[in-house]
Write a protein that binds this ligand. Structure first.
Ligand SMILES: [Zn+2]
Length: 124
């Protein structure tokens, strides 16, 4: 029982697996469903048109269907050391960068963009 008198039932399954979207116990080392290594994930952002996973080496974009929670199955993986010319859009929140000579623009929710900026600073 905690200080409010509530009884804690079980464990919180709030560690979302970036690969399959299943909730795992907070201290899980790998996903109980797809066995993805969850310790590699530094940050996981759920956005409107994709989910974004950040590991120490990569930014991985899991594309989602238009207006849907469902994923398309398309996954774009960007190696952080190959990402160049990073810009952050304003006033519309966007993450813009160059990758293999192409310009990539990822529209992100403002709160997600702020988390991403913070994480990228700690990685560089
Ligand atoms: Zn999984």
């Amino acid at each position: 029982m905690d200080k409010d008198g509530d009884v804690e039932i079980g464990i919180d399954y709030d560690l979302i697996c970036p690969e399959c979207g299943v909730g795992n116990p907070r201290d899980a080392k790998e996903c109980t469903i797809c066995e993805k290594n969850l310790e590699e994930t530094i940050l996981f952002l759920e956005d409107d048109s994709f989910d974004l996973e950040i590991t120490k080496d990569c930014i991985i974009e899991y594309r989602k269907k238009f207006w849907g929670e469902e994923r398309t199955g398309k996954v774009n993986k960007y190696h952080i050391r190959k990402i160049k010319n990073i810009e952050f859009g304003s006033p519309i929140s966007r993450f813009i960068f160059e990758y293999n000579g192409a310009r990539k623009v990822l529209p992100l929710k403002k709160e997600n963009l702020e988390k991403l900026i913070h994480i990228l600073k700690t990685l560089k």
